[in-house]
Write a protein that binds this ligand. Structure first.
Ligand SMILES: [Zn+2]
Length: 350
């Protein structure tokens, strides 16, 4: 008996570069998608439809109405339900393909939890919206020798790069110094159109399929690798940049095992969330919060809503505090990091 449903995947198997062996590799593959927003939604959906057997989804947030123009796994009911994105996504994906194992992780990727969240898989895919998470992903992938796919979309533009440590340029080869927070346009400042995210997510999913079905070690055509896709949907410009010279030179991360983000030498605490009027405040050392106990205490602060993953309380008019089981908090209604930290300290200490 085949490891996959022959009728279901008949068209994909007929595509010669996949074939029966490729489909078996997809069924056996274990993939982690970091970030379940615009890009992560598309990647997760495409890979689950393609027959990837195991998918871990990692995301720190809940869906909002302003996500719906581009985050294709979510609908108005998900926004109203207030469940974490990965929990809502896992339900939708389970209905798309009941044979796939979907593992939702409600968490913010940090140096401290990277090994737990990113371990035990064959491939990592970038659905994040920030460079701190991307550099962490790059360093973990380079250290562990794991392939990963980087993608980014802003405005009508996108970029995608498949990284195979030891064979291709890595993210730091391409971007030697991570840009200072606030120095680059984000989806908050420059906006984004849904099709840019759909395209980038689709190309990332195709790169992921190639890495599973025909990794560079097996691939007769090496021209497929070491190429950065850059596109602008509004100007209708598509180009690939040859990164072979960068790969030749290498960088401190991929050549000299320098991991400043993974070692905790770089990376911060509170962070203004892209696309939201909200600040995330990291968990106190030791992490985890007794959510049920907090829900009881929080009733004196304001109106409380709770589910097994999140307790929310409106602490001031227009300011909502959401506390997650891993000890993180998101303060919505402000972009002031100091104010957010104060609200969290007062409320969790109450
Ligand atoms: Zn490098």
């Amino acid at each position: 008996m085949k490891a996959y449903d022959e009728e279901r995947y008949s068209r994909q198997v007929r595509f010669g570069q996949v074939g029966t062996v490729g489909q078996e590799r997809l069924a056996a593959a274990r993939v982690a998608v970091v970030g379940c927003g615009a890009l992560g939604s598309v990647v997760a959906m495409a890979l689950v439809r393609a027959g990837v057997g195991f998918l871990r989804l990692i995301d720190r947030d809940v869906p909002e109405v302003s996500n719906l123009p581009r985050q294709v796994l979510f609908d108005e009911a998900d926004v109203a339900a207030g469940l974490p994105k990965v929990v809502a996504a896992a339900r939708h994906l389970g209905r798309i393909n009941g044979a796939a194992t979907i593992e939702p992780a409600v968490a913010d990727l940090t140096a401290a939890n990277a090994a737990r969240l990113l371990g035990g898989v064959d491939l990592l895919v970038d659905g994040t919206d920030n460079f701190a998470a991307r550099f962490l992903l790059n360093e973990f992938a380079c250290r562990e020798g794991l392939p990963w796919v980087h993608g980014g979309a802003i405005g009508a533009e996108g970029r995608v790069l498949a990284v195979v440590p030891g064979r291709t340029a890595c993210l730091r080869c391409l971007i030697p110094e991570p840009p200072a927070p606030g120095s680059l346009p984000t989806c908050d400042t420059a906006g984004i159109i849904g099709p840019a995210a759909l395209v980038v997510g689709a190309v990332e999913a195709a790169e992921a399929m190639k890495l599973i079905v025909s990794p560079p070690g097996d691939d007769a055509d090496q021209r497929r690798w070491n190429r950065l896709l850059v596109c602008d949907l509004w100007d209708h410009v598509w180009r690939t940049v040859d990164l072979a010279p960068l790969a030749e030179r290498g960088c401190p991360t991929c050549r000299e095992h320098d991991h400043p983000w993974l070692d905790g030498r770089l990376g911060g605490e509170a962070v203004v969330l892209c696309g939201r009027e909200a600040v995330q405040v990291a968990a106190p050392p030791g992490g985890t919060v007794d959510l049920q106990a907090f829900a009881r205490r929080a009733a004196v602060l304001g109106k409380v809503t709770a589910n097994p993953w999140i307790v929310r309380v409106v602490v001031e008019p227009g300011i909502e505090l959401a506390v997650f089981a891993d000890g993180r908090a998101i303060v919505s209604g402000t972009r002031d990091e100091a104010r957010a930290r104060g609200i969290v300290a007062r409320s969790l200490g109450a």
